[in-house]
Design a protein around this ligand. Sequence first.
Ligand code: ZN
Ligand code: ZN
Ligand code: FE
Length: 767
Amino acid sequence: MATAAKPDARIRLGIRVRGVVQGVGFRPYVYRIARARGLDGFVRNDAEGVWIEVEGAEEDARGLARQLTAGAPPLAAVTAVDVEDLPLAGDATFRVLESGPGVPGRATIPVDAATCGACLEELFDPSDRRYRYPFVNCTDCGPRYTIVRETPYDRTKTTMDAFALCGPCLAEYENPFDRRFHAEPNACEECGPKLEFQRPGNAALNGAAALAAAVEVLNGGGILALKGLGGLQLAADARDGRAVARLRSRKGRPSKPFALMARDLDTARAVGEVTLEAERAMTSPARPIVLLRRRTHSTLAEEIAPGLGEAGVMLPCAPLHHLLLADGPPLLVMTSGNLSEEPIARENETAVGKLSGIADAFLLHDREIHTRADDSVVRIVAGQAQPIRRSRGFVPDPIRIPVPPHSAAVLGVGAGLKNTVCLTRGDEAFLSPHIGDLENFEAIGFFEEVVEKLKRLLSVEPAAIAHDLHPDYFSTRWAIASGVPREPVQHHHAHVAACLAEHGRTEAVIGIAFDGTGCGPSGELWGGEVLTADLIGFRRAGHLRALRLPGGEAAIRQPWRTAAGALLDAGETLAALDGVEPGRSHAIQNMLEKDLRCPAATGAGRWFDVVAALCGFHGTVTYEGQAAAELEALASADRADPYSFELSGGDQDTPFEVDLRPMVREIARARQAGAPVRDVSSRFHETMASVVLESARFVRHVSGLETAVFSGGVFQNRTLTERAKELLEADGFEVLIHRLVPANDGGISLGQAAVAAFRLARREGRI
Ligand code: ZN
Ligand code: ZN
Ligand code: FE
């Protein structure tokens, strides 16, 4: 037995490594350790991850197994290392083998990763052969998902197949001791992609001249369209108020916040508060945009994020960004190159055509983007990152979900806005990048392209398609037209299921699903829902009092209309809306009194609209959630007293209602008495947190359930989420909040897929 052998005796070990270990330089890493320790044997990828057999001195063989996690390549995430003793086989050398037997197409598809430290050093080292080469990359960094067409991930199956490796690059690529061993996008100035600068009416420039011209555009206050990792981006000097204002007006985006790209952490710190968690997220290989609390005295143009207390900041993620920020302004607005709410532009010609009315010049290159991916956005909530948009750097990392054994692949097609789709393979769920609002041809085309690509990369066909109940969503109609068996999943059930699934949980919980609007089982407008739910079904335990929306959609754009309805419902006059032009408020009062075109909705987001309007937001919202976001920016961190509300009803057959009319009366009076909006906003947030607590208590009392799940777009609100979580935990609840997928409709497809998998299993008697 090996364990009884002397330390210098020869033994053989089989080592199973699980986690994200393919396409991240793991095999060469093992090779280097094995060679350094004088071990023989082999390493290969297979269906479960990486399989290693080593033979040699016991100390070295076991040492290698221990070493696997400690110094693993930065993009690897080792979840388990299992070691077993094997009989000696007498290998004479150590070899890196091609992929072993496994399910075809089972290999993982790596994510795009930000430029690593070693490549960055080369980028700025005048003696390096890749000095200032904008496409430097290695096994630890560079484009992946955005350039791959098919699996297994190999250069010939990426858009890098257009570039033949030169001698020195090929030597690196083939040398297991080189950090560019099998770096599929490996390239240099000689053989790789090249920059091109275009400005209408001027000859195109290449290479260093292209970069210099682009920097000049930015320094001169111009707008530059540049080709990033996942699509075209628009950049302008963020310190230049006029440049930012010009970008806003040309892009048709009056107030939605712009993301920023900062040269380094110190530059980011001048803009907002970089907590330890924020720093961790900002410097991770995914390089998402991280929402930071803004400094009151920053050099930032106010137009960046009007009325908001936060700014989204990211660090450079590609070498091209590093070069631009090193030579040009240290802080750039960096927004996706699209017209409002269309997907990010991808192809050079299309981009130039579409963006020529916005950009003054273009910085392009000849490496094709195969799949677009927007920049991802995260917010730090309750001490951890929470995605708001999960795209570049995260996609297509699978999310493990607790599906029953032998589950067939299912496809969730999401909702209508902020759409994503989700395809499962076994217990792995693959979410698409952010697709956008399925209201224009571009987004619909992207939706279909993404579904096809996921099916191709995973080599699976879905046995069922899960969709929303809303009959008018493109995704619903697409699911019906597909002819594949369907699984309709109610919107708020899908929200709660998404959170359950990402936490690997399957049991019944109290689901607090707060969003703007979603379709109820009979077409009602839901959105302030308290459910009991598991991954199969749900029951509506309670809901917020319904609000009437004068003019329907018009009320969502003009929150004061909903506030007028809330005031009349609470027995108040419209005096608290004295900033609204009297003619208009009279017309709305008339509609409400005659009940003309005033659909009722329980949406929690609409209650945020009401209070925002009572705090003076009398305009028209120009992006989803604007009034609520500006209201949150007003809330102070100090504890405030909640306003009054009542829970009523709630027997076996009817759900309880959270009556918020007492709060409306208190706010109306407070505002007329001159109460500052800061106080009103703080007290309102405290009220909503108390509503969550009392609702959860009510359900716990009747059901015995003690775990609460928060989901829906309203839980992007940090103030509410953190406070409600704190209140519930102090009262003995376990609280689950989103960590892997967005709380907004971007997470819906995961919940739909999980529910479909469970319903199929139950129907087929597997559970
Ligand atoms: Zn690198
Ligand atoms: Zn080369
Ligand atoms: Fe929703």
